[in-house]
Design a binder for this molecule. Structure first.
Ligand SMILES: [Fe+2]
Ligand SMILES: [Fe+2]
Length: 291
C-alpha cells in the first residue's frame, strides 16, 4: 500500500491490489484458531505497516458525516443495472497481476467461498450469499479509496469500541470528542437494533442495500455485518443490539468461517460451475438488478 495522507481520497490506478489481499491475510492472521484476545490486541503495527496505515486512514475518516454522505451517494442504487455475472466480471477487472502469491481473482474468491458453503450441504440461499458477499467491492471501481471499501466495520454516531483493531487511530476522527457521538449510545437508544445504526461505510453495507429485496434475512445479516469483527469476534456493541440481532449473529458467525478460511482450496472451474450458478441466480433474481 502506498503511503498516503489522512485526507487523500483519490483511488489508485489499480486500487484493489495488492492491498486488498494483504488485508485479507491480516484478518486471517488475526483470527487464527487459538489466538487469544490479548494476542489479537497486540497485533503488530511494525510487522504490518501497510495495514496499519490503511487503518489510520479508515479510523481517521469514518465519521458520521462521511458515512451519511456516502449513504446518500450509493444507497439510492442509481449506478446502473447489472446481472450478477456482469457485476462479478466488472469486479474481476481489478485482479492483481503484480503479486505472485495471490493468483486468485475476485471471482475465484467468491466461488471458493460459495463452493465451500455448498460442499457443506447448506441451503441454496446460503451458497448464493457466499457468491455475492464481496461484490460490493465494486465501490473501488466507482472511485472510492480502499480504506472506504474494506476493513473492519463499526457503528458511527456513538463511541468507538476499544475492540476495534488499532483503536488508537481514532485520535484523528472528528467524532472522537463530539458531545453526543462520543457517548456510549450516541444518537441511538439502548438496544435499538442494528438496522437503526449507521455502520462505517464499505462494501458490506453497499451489497446489503443491493441485495435487500431479494435474499432472506439471515443472508442479509451475513452481508451487512460480515466485516463487523468487533461484534462477531469480540462481542462489542451488545448495548445497541436487539433480540433479533443477537439471534441472527449466529448466521454471521457461521458465514465468517467460510469467508476467512476457504481460500487456498482448489481453484474453482468457472465453466463447470456456471450452469449451477445460472440456475441459482435465476431462482432469486431477475435478469438484472440495480447497483
Ligand atoms: Fe468482504
Ligand atoms: Fe470475502
Amino acid at each position: 500500500m502506498a503511503t498516503t495522507t489522512l485526507t487523500e481520497n483519490s483511488p489508485r490506478k489499480n486500487p484493489l491490489a495488492p492491498d486488498m489481499e494483504e488485508w485479507d491475510e491480516f484478518l486471517k492472521g488475526r483470527y487464527q484458531e487459538g489466538k487469544s484476545e490479548e494476542e489479537f490486541r497486540q497485533y503488530d503495527k511494525e510487522a504490518n505497516p501497510d495495514v496499519a496505515e490503511f487503518y489510520r486512514l479508515n479510523h481517521g475518516n469514518q465519521c458520521l458525516d462521511y458515512v451519511l454522505s456516502k449513504e446518500k451517494t450509493y444507497f439510492g442504487l442509481d449506478k446502473g443495472d447489472k446481472s450478477l455475472w456482469e457485476a462479478a466480471e466488472f469486479l474481476n477487472t481489478l485482479v492483481d497481476d503484480s503479486d505472485p502469491d495471490t493468483d486468485l481473482s475476485q471471482m475465484e474468491h467468491l466461488l471458493q467461498t460459495s463452493e465451500a458453503i455448498r460442499a457443506d450441504g447448506h441451503p441454496r440461499w446460503f451458497v448464493l450469499t457466499g457468491f455475492v458477499h464481496d461484490l460490493g467491492k465494486v465501490l473501488c471501481l466507482y472511485g472510492e479509496p480502499q480504506w472506504g471499501v474494506v476493513g473492519d466495520t463499526f457503528p458511527v454516531g456513538c463511541a468507538f469500541s476499544e475492540h476495534i483493531v488499532f483503536p488508537e487511530y481514532f485520535a484523528k476522527n472528528p467524532d472522537l470528542h463530539h458531545p453526543v457521538y462520543s457517548t456510549e449510545y450516541g444518537i441511538y437508544e439502548p438496544h435499538c437494533g442494528l438496522d437503526k445504526v449507521h455502520m462505517s461505510f464499505g462494501h458490506d453495507g453497499y451489497i446489503y442495500e443491493v441485495m435487500k429485496n431479494y435474499l432472506p434475512i439471515e443472508a442479509l445479516y451475513m452481508l451487512r455485518y460480515h466485516s463487523f469483527y468487533p461484534a462477531h469476534k469480540h462481542g462489542a456493541y451488545q448495548h445497541l443490539m436487539n433480540e433479533e440481532d443477537v439471534d441472527m449473529f449466529r448466521w454471521v458467525n457461521e458465514f465468517n468461517k467460510y469467508d476467512l478460511y476457504s481460500k487456498g482450496h482448489a481453484k474453482p472451474k468457472l465453466a463447470e460451475l456456471k450452469p449451477y450458478y445460472d440456475d441459482l441466480f435465476a431462482e432469486f433474481f431477475p435478469a438484472k438488478i440495480a447497483w
